[in-house]
Write a protein that binds this ligand. Structure first.
Ligand SMILES: *Cc1c(COP(=O)(O)O)cnc(C)c1O
Length: 393
């Protein structure tokens, strides 16, 4: 095989970090073992004196051979020195944040970030003496102006949840680096295929691997990608103390999902673009929030820092009442009503949003286009919008 450094992304997805499996197995085995034993007390004592204990494996809360393959592959995809796979995306995000903050820290956070992350700052972190300022983020100055002498962390999610607003990653990381502020970004929406934040200066990148990376709605997982030094620190403290380890089998499912990532994403994207094109022209639709639109308000930034958009977007009905939203959702059959996304199945979820720049909360409908036939999805949405007219007639 060519040197691992020169491999194309599709080859990385199929083979990287998987050489040398026992018996020539083409699929790595699932090492369903919680611990790794030692022949000799001297070897055991030597392993225990390492930090983290190991090498290479000691106890599966810290590391496991099946998990390790997935970690090395995701690190390679993100251009990171190291990756740690965790049981959930929220576990990964919490560990990343805890590895940076201390009592008295101040954080600047994008206000439309994934809701449980916002709640983490507002509840647990606030109780521990960590304060946060929530900012719009679309204009980098909103981030810069919120920074204080005690700011230790800037938390980005670009595009952000539900409204899909972008932050100028390079402008913000350049500012943060000058001041010794650590930047964290959630790259779940884009995956390593469509956005490379570490190359743009971000310090710590997190994923909900539950979504596109695993891609089949059958597992929860999270990933942290950053420097080897930061991962080593997390293995000693956050990973060791907070737990939230991923099991070998869920990790193996992520590995299996990754094989088709570069096939799935463009398909989600072309379907979503057809659906969005149809929705935009519909008389009952007020506005569509999708990064790939030619008239997306941050089009230039999209072209600068992203390579694609895939299957997730949101829109508003002209009739913004809760009753209209309910009628629409109730009439759908293919789009299943549920949280999450990134799998094979199309999903809908209505969310009452109240970002900083809106005087009142408004209902936003998030759609996720799965791998079904685009015409069937459009027919389903037509049925939903038909029900809106019937309800308000
Ligand atoms: C789902 C999601 C998370 C949380 O991930 P879990 O795997 O559900 O814990 C974080 N960020 C974004 C953008 C998500 O969509």
């Amino acid at each position: 095989m060519d040197s691992p450094e020169s491999l194309g992304i599709d080859t990385v997805l199929q083979h990287y970090a998987e050489e040398g499996q026992p018996f020539g197995a083409v699929v790595p085995p699932i090492y369903q073992s919680s611990l790794f034993s030692f022949e000799d007390i001297d070897d055991f004592a030597a392993a225990l004196s390492e930090s983290p204990p190991g090498p290479p494996f000691f106890y599966s809360r810290i590391g496991n051979p099946t998990v390790d393959i997935v970690e090395r592959k995701i690190a390679k995809l993100e251009g990171a020195e190291a990756c740690k796979l965790i049981g959930t995306g929220m576990g990964a995000i919490t560990m990343a944040i805890f590895s940076v903050v201390k009592s008295g820290s101040h954080c600047v956070v994008v206000d439309t970030c994934y809701k449980p992350v916002r709640q983490l700052f507002e509840t647990m972190l606030a109780r521990l003496g960590v304060t946060a300022t929530f900012v719009d983020g679309r204009c980098p100055e909103t981030v810069f102006e919120a920074v204080r002498p005690e700011t230790d962390l800037i938390y980005l999610e670009s595009p952000s949840s539900i409204l899909f607003r972008l932050q100028d990653i390079e402008a913000i990381t350049a500012f943060a680096r000058q001041r010794g502020i650590v930047t964290v970004i959630d790259n779940t929406y884009s995956t390593p295929l469509y956005q490379s934040p570490l190359a743009m200066g971000v310090d710590i990148l997190v994923h909900s691997a539950t979504k596109y990376l695993a891609g089949h709605s059958d597992v929860t997982a999270g990933a942290i990608c950053t420097s080897a030094e930061r991962v080593a620190g997390m293995l000693k403290e956050e990973v060791n103390f907070l737990g939230s380890a991923i099991g070998p089998f869920p990790a193996w499912l992520v590995l299996r999902g990754l094989r088709t990532l570069s096939l799935r994403l463009p398909r989600h994207e072309s379907t979503a673009n057809s659906v969005v094109g149809w929705l935009q022209d519909h008389p009952k639709v007020k506005g569509v929030n999708h990064t790939s639109l030619a008239d997306f308000e941050q089009r230039e930034l999209f072209l600068k820092q992203m390579k694609g958009s895939a299957g997730l977007f949101s829109f508003e009905l002209k009739d913004g009442s809760e009753a209209a939203v309910r009628s629409f959702v109730r009439a759908l059959r293919l789009f299943k009503l549920g949280v999450s996304w990134g799998g094979f199945e199309s999903l809908v979820v209505p969310v009452l949003m109240h970002p900083l720049d809106w005087p009142e909360p408004r209902w936003v409908i998030r759609l996720y286009c799965g791998l079904e036939s685009p015409d069937d999805l459009i027919r389903d949405l037509a049925r939903g919008l038909e029900a809106v007219s019937n309800a308000s007639a």
